[in-house]
Design a protein around this ligand. Structure first.
Ligand SMILES: Nc1ncnc2c1ncn2[C@@H]1O[C@H](COP(=O)(O)OP(=O)(O)OP(=O)(O)O)[C@@H](O)[C@H]1O
Length: 337
């Protein structure tokens, strides 16, 4: 659906050139919710703004639904852009216009006949759960309600793609959840491909199917969200994951560890605890659980346990191998003394 090919964005500033995106290639499939994660300045906004040509790429190209937007001129580009909706962190609503007028504005810009506008706005308001706010001004709405108006406006012209630039970063956790549920519903029911940029891994964990992690304009890791949570390859990815699933042990606990400290990751429905108790019975090792939980990446369980294994080096190695053979992944955090 969206193909980003060797894309770079360089800004010309008074102090010289600033790199926003540096040679990024990504494919985002139709019907997917794709998360782009990174700290401030990583290049997320620059990348996403190149998708709808709010920023023009310096190098490379982007095709959306088979069309290379960089090759389109005036009217054709305007038409193509109507199929890419966008929502923003600070909503970008026009404060002097009512909710109705804010949404109708998008329809007028797309030259929708005026006799169709009112019914379409009503339909959009019902979809985002704001039918009763039709005639109020943005100033009278909560943050979550403002973002719902932003979503209704972005969906007005039946886009195929919805770009979300830190769409929940200004909202409290409960409101964030309700907006994410709404995005999930839009993705499922309207088959809209969603590209979502965020610095919050919670957001990705809650709704994204695949994700990319960006740092200094580059993608440092990319793939299926569940697989990335289960076995992150990059240090920055690990850091982001630890913000939502943390297994850091307090220093006094770590000091007492004399055996081999391992993190065992069970994917899916594997009965992790029974594999570990089998392992303890089969080998001459003692297992001491120090930390553990089963987390859910959307609906899929991911079990992570941190444990200390005590025993002969050879037995500990065999025990680790045994767990790995039973479809789990073992990371040795600290080798036994
Ligand atoms: N219009 C611009 N002019 C000059 N430099 C820019 C411009 N927009 C972004 N940059 C620079 O490009 C780099 C990437 O910024 P970008 O906003 O894309 O990152 P980000 O990951 O979205 O961060 P944030 O979440 O803070 O917006 C930064 O160094 C930034 O200063």
């Amino acid at each position: 659906m969206i193909n980003i090919n060797h894309l770079s964005k360089v800004y010309q500033t008074k102090k010289g050139e600033v790199s926003g995106v540096n040679n990024v290639s990504l494919t985002i499939n139709e019907g997917e919710i794709y998360g782009i994660v990174g700290y401030s300045g990583a290049g997320k906004s620059s990348l996403v703004r190149c998708i709808n040509l709010l920023e023009r790429p310096t190098k490379g190209n982007i095709t959306v639904d088979g069309v290379d937007l960089t090759k389109l001129k005036s009217e054709k580009l305007r038409q193509a852009r109507l199929k890419i909706g966008m929502i923003f962190q600070h909503f970008n609503l026009v404060s002097q216009k009512t909710v109705f007028e804010n949404i109708a504005f998008s329809l007028k810009a797309a030259k929708v006949p005026s006799n169709q506008i009112a019914s379409r706005v009503e339909e959009l308001l019902a979809m985002v759960g704001l039918s009763d706010k039709r005639d109020v001004y943005p100033g009278q709405l909560s943050g979550g309600q403002k973002q719902r108006v932003g979503i209704a406006r972005a969906l007005a012209n039946d886009p195929k793609v919805l770009l979300c630039d830190e769409a929940t970063s200004a909202l409290d956790p409960t409101t964030t959840k309700s907006i994410l549920q709404l995005l999930k519903k839009i993705n499922k029911e309207m088959n809209i491909t969603i590209v979502l940029i965020t610095h919050e891994m919670d957001v990705v964990k809650e709704i994204c199917h695949r994700m990319a992690i960006m740092q200094a304009g580059k993608v440092v890791e990319e793939g299926d969200v569940y697989e990335i949570f289960a076995s992150p390859k990059n240090e920055l990815t690990r850091e982001f994951i630890s913000s939502v699933i943390s297994f850091d042990l307090p220093a006094p606990v770590l000091e007492k560890v004399t055996g081999t400290l391992v993190k065992v990751i069970f994917k899916g429905e594997i009965a992790g605890e029974s594999i570990i108790s089998d392992m303890v019975q089969k080998f001459k090792v003692k297992g001491n659980f120090l930390h553990g939980s089963i987390d859910y990446i959307q609906d899929a369980p991911l079990g992570i346990f941190v444990m200390e294994l005590n025993g002969e080096k050879n037995e500990v190695s065999k025990a680790i191998q045994y767990i790995e053979n039973r479809s789990a992944h073992v990371e040795v955090i600290k080798d036994g003394i």
